[in-house]
Design a protein around this ligand. Structure first.
Ligand SMILES: NC(=O)c1ccc[n+]([C@@H]2O[C@H](COP(=O)([O-])OP(=O)(O)OC[C@H]3O[C@@H](n4cnc5c(N)ncnc54)[C@H](O)[C@@H]3O)[C@@H](O)[C@H]2O)c1
Ligand SMILES: O=P(O)(O)OC[C@H]1O[C@H](O[C@H]2[C@H](O)[C@@H](O)[C@@H](O)O[C@@H]2CO)[C@H](O)[C@@H](O)[C@@H]1O
Ligand SMILES: [Mn+2]
Length: 455
């Protein structure tokens, strides 16, 4: 453990989430004291646009915290105690491709699920390893990287294989966001909930939702059967997610639970369990990437511009569970609080009927040496089978990245539940190879015309 105040670096400093995360840090300054905040990004222009907004957020709370903005890894990470990673490799222009290419083939087009998530994984694993190595070179020897960079399941598996000893904790705010909505429905703050949950990232189920020791899942089931995982007035539950695609996502918990009422699914399961319906409702010319570029990103950039012109910062970003959660996790790491959070962690027997070395998402106690997962036991055959298939798809994608294997990438795409046939998988993969030339490692075919290719 190291003593506060801490040096904290944010990798992906130009992210639309940076001001919100920094605001969350400022609100918790007494509990998580900071000496310096550093922004690091490979796109200096984007980061410079957002930096004055971030600086204003800091100065509204503290005059003493040093603020540094850089594209130099040595400056960014020297002596750092914490690194929050939130890189979007290829930025929104590549997210748009991840979503639109599969849709042209009638397949789900999504940032982290299906072929889009696999493509994003092929772009992100190696830059993440590069980040780990830079942090290893310059930062405090016990520094923690808390990673939000997506696709988190694939990134976590890539890191587990390539840098098994790295102090990286991979997290996702989706379960916390679901708990916030549960809390709103039940009329309690999300911190009052203690949940049981098992799965992979963006692929799991809540099995119990306790408030003061009483399981509230029956009450939630009755509510969800009418409204999905939203209050009657959706905007009140989730002001950030008033975009139509998110409202639909929360409502889709209802059809899933109408069929499988036992557990409450992660909203991302809609892409695997009802892909046809999702594709029918997706506009192939205007996907979530466009919604975000014309919404969250545009609003933030416009506010930065107005702040530069007038010195007045308009209300331009949301401080929600996303920022709160990463700060809560970092505090637990920093002070060995052993708080219980849902995070990604190597299974190590927590889910008895999944592989020992699978990266799973389960509740864990967060200590200064990392997460200690709770024991889940056996999961039912239906869920185990879905999980195994998704895990295999993600693991093959990681192997494809490491080995530069075209065949393994094709297997990963073919095995994914969102992809109906081998032909769809190949057509999408081949188009994605073209679109990702700048980002993916080269994928070689080991077989051609029925013959093994001699190396
Ligand atoms: N795990 C979760 O639950 C969760 C929740 C929200 C967002 N996210 C992820 O957070 C990230 C940021 O999202 P956003 O919508 O704000 O994206 P964004 O494009 O606004 O920001 C990402 C930033 O990362 C930078 N970047 C790209 N490659 C980099 C590299 N190799 N090194 C340093 N910086 C690099 C980009 O230049 C960009 O400024 C994404 O990966 C997103 O998927 C994850
Ligand atoms: O489509 P986007 O870019 O708006 O969101 C994609 C991310 O969605 C999840 O995170 C949500 C979170 O659930 C919500 O509460 C709030 O904090 O906003 C986040 C972003 O909208 C998901 O967990 C992430 O992995 C996705 O990147
Ligand atoms: Mn997530």
């Amino acid at each position: 453990m190291f003593t506060p105040p801490f040096i904290l670096s944010i990798a992906g400093g130009g992210s639309t989430y940076t001001p919100g995360i920094v605001k969350s840090l400022m609100v918790r300054l007494e509990d998580f004291p900071l000496a310096e905040i550093r922004l690091y990004d490979i796109d200096a222009g984007r980061q410079d646009t957002i930096a004055p907004v971030v600086e204003k957020v800091i100065r509204d709370h503290s005059q003493s915290i040093k603020f540094t903005v850089t594209s130099d890894p040595e400056v960014a990470f020297s002596g750092a105690h914490f690194v929050f990673a939130q890189m979007r490799v290829g930025q929104y222009k590549m997210r748009e491709q991840d979503e639109k290419i599969p849709l042209r083939h009638g397949v789900v087009g999504q940032e982290t699920c299906g072929p889009g998530g696999l493509a994003y994984g092929l772009r992100t694993i190696l830059p993440m390893v590069e980040l780990i190595d830079m942090v290893g070179r310059y930062a405090h020897e016990k520094a923690w990287i808390v990673n939000y960079s997506n696709p988190a399941a694939i990134v976590a598996e890539g890191v587990r294989r390539l840098r098994p000893d790295a102090r990286v904790l991979n997290i996702c705010d989706m379960p916390v966001a679901a708990m916030r909505n549960m809390g709103a429905i039940l009329g309690v703050d999300r911190h009052k909930l203690e949940v049981d949950y098992f799965g992979l990232n963006h692929f799991g189920w809540f099995t119990r939702v306790l408030v003061d020791g009483e399981d509230k899942l029956p009450e939630l089931r009755r509510h969800i059967a009418k409204f999905g995982l939203l209050t009657e007035d959706a905007a009140k539950t989730d002001p950030q997610h008033s975009d139509p695609s998110w409202v639909k996502t929360w409502r889709n918990i209802k059809p899933i639970m109408d069929n499988f009422p036992e557990y409450l699914p992660n909203p991302y399961l809609q892409y695997y369990l009802m892909p046809n319906q999702i594709v029918e409702h997706q506009n192939p010319d205007y996907t979530r990437a466009n919604e975000v570029m014309n919404g969250r990103e545009k609003k933030l950039f416009a506010a930065a511009e107005e702040y530069k012109r007038t010195g007045i910062l308009p209300d331009a970003f949301h401080v929600g569970v996303h920022g709160e959660f990463i700060v809560e996790v970092a505090r637990s790491l920093a002070f060995n609080l052993r708080q219980r959070h849902l995070v990604m962690v190597e299974n190590q027997g927590a889910i008895v009927n999944l592989p020992y070395d699978a990266v799973v998402e389960v509740p864990a106690y967060i200590t200064s040496e990392g997460p200690e997962p709770i024991r889940i036991g056996q999961v039912p055959l239906f869920h185990q089978t879905l999980l195994q298939q998704q895990l295999a798809s993600e693991q093959l994608l990681v192997e494809a990245t490491i080995e530069g294997s075209y065949e393994k990438a094709l297997q990963a795409f073919t095995l994914n539940r969102t992809v109906p046939t081998m032909e769809h998988a190949k057509a999408i993969l081949d188009e994605m190879i073209e679109a990702n030339r700048e980002y993916w490692p080269a994928l070689q075919q080991a077989w051609q015309d029925g013959e093994a290719v001699k190396k």
